[in-house]
Design a protein around this ligand. Structure first.
Ligand code: C5P
Length: 398
């Protein structure tokens, strides 16, 4: 569940530091990459050797690398991490975090980290109850740092009460839950088709349609922000995207779109076919501009049905979402396509609905599932519709 996540673990001076070894093991077991920073006093409780061996990375404590005069950059560490976890977090470190003090590498990294910060306090019950600690914890909460609450139990002092650090299993569980809700499609590859295709009649004319690509681009961007690595195969459009995680493959004709899809489909976990692919293409493309005459008869051939061809080779672990833009018998046409093209979901939009379909910034859709019935949505912006589609896809992984 934490596959490929970069976790920066901060260990502070507390008896609970011995649990950091188990925490590192669990994180590594769930395929996270772990780097550890210890405060100077953490070394009184657990050795750096233990944590570096378990994490597979040198443990850092000082701003300067030993003897080398090379700097351990807290800024780089903060940027490297997908999440920073401070466990155990002593009362002293919590107080310094709350007040922006940075007299060690862990605190300097905390101040420069842009990733979410989780912290698991560990201290005696009276320290936890002290108004100073309470107000420090309030400051961190207000800052959207994620508290992994201490639990009730036997404390190192011999007293029994609240203050024990949460168990490493619980810390890992909370990290997994957070990553799942924020970037549920991390590690997944997605293939999207968007826009129209242009089928050339001669060097200046083509058969095309009114598709703008807005829906497909919005879906690509939503999938990327849910963590997926996206290949966007788009027909001619004025749209561009700068979203991280999207590779755009521009094409012109249906056959070019088909070639790109055949190449990208085998490794795609999720495929969303929102392109308005031309159904026919001229049998012969004139080399020169066709001169005006009395009339013109064009012989047309069927284009490849990309969706149907991909549906034929679809593997059980792959999800395909198709679109149906209908003007009559909407529901039954869409259901037929769902089965014929071996889609898992089909997004139905009717041109009868005002604000739906080509060119608009809004759309009104019904998502019909092969297994779980259907869901009709209100008229919304295409971005919100894209979000609904991506949530539907995500729910099939839950
Ligand atoms: O058969 P129809 O064109 O209505 O099917 C619509 C769905 O099939 C859409 O998801 C569309 O992107 C896809 N399609 C395709 N290749 C075609 C025609 C449609 O991928 N040649």
């Amino acid at each position: 569940m934490l596959k490929g996540r970069k976790i920066l673990l901060g260990v502070t001076g507390s008896i609970a530091a011995y649990k950091a070894a188990h925490l590192v093991r669990l994180l590594v077991k769930s395929e996270a990459e772990v780097k550890v920073i210890m405060t100077p006093s953490a070394h009184d409780f657990i050795t750096a050797l233990t944590l570096s061996t378990l994490s597979g990375h040198p443990v850092l404590t000082n701003f300067q690398k030993d003897d080398t005069g090379v700097w351990n950059s807290h800024v780089e560490l903060g940027l490297w991490a997908d999440a920073m976890v401070i466990a155990p977090a002593s009362a002293n470190t919590i107080a310094k975090m709350a007040n922006g003090q940075c007299d060690n590498l862990l605190l300097a990294t905390y101040l420069s980290a842009r990733c979410p910060v989780f912290y698991a306090p560990a201290m005696d019950l009276d320290m936890l109850e002290h108004p100073a600690t309470k107000s420090n914890l309030d400051s961190l909460r207000a800052r959207d740092n994620h508290l992994i609450p201490p639990v009730h139990g036997e404390l190192a002092s011999g007293l029994v009460g609240k203050g024990r650090m949460a168990e490493p299993e619980e810390i890992v569980k909370q990290l997994e839950a957070w990553f799942f809700t924020k970037v549920p499609l991390k590690g997944k590859k997605a293939l999207i088709t968007a826009g129209p295709t242009y089928e050339a009649i001669d060097p200046v004319r083509f058969i095309g349609n009114h598709s703008t690509g807005k829906m497909g681009f919005a879906i690509a961007e939503e999938l990327a922000s849910a963590g997926a690595e996206v290949d966007l195969v788009t027909g001619p459009t004025t749209l561009t995207t700068t979203s991280k995680g999207i590779t755009v493959h521009p094409v012109t004709s249906a056959s070019e779109m088909f070639e790109q899809c055949k190449r990208l489909f085998p490794t795609a976990d999720i495929t969303v076919l929102s392109a308005a692919v031309a159904d026919y293409t001229p049998k012969n493309r004139a080399e020169q501009k066709i001169k005006k005459g009395e009339g013109l008869t064009l012989e047309l051939l069927r284009t490849p049905d990309i969706a149907k061809e991909l549906g034929k080779v679809k593997q059980p672990n792959q999800i395909i979402v198709g679109f149906a833009l209908e003007t009559e018998n909407e529901r039954s046409n869409a259901e037929t396509k769902l089965v014929e093209k071996n889609f898992d979901y089909i997004v139905l939009n009717s041109l009868k609905d005002p604000g739906a379909g080509f060119g608009h910034d809004t759309n009104k859709v019904e998502i019909i599932s092969r297994k779980n019935g259907s869901h009709r949505f209100e008229l919304k912006s295409k971005r919100e519709v894209a979000r609904d589609i991506v949530e539907t896809i995500t729910s099939s992984y839950a």
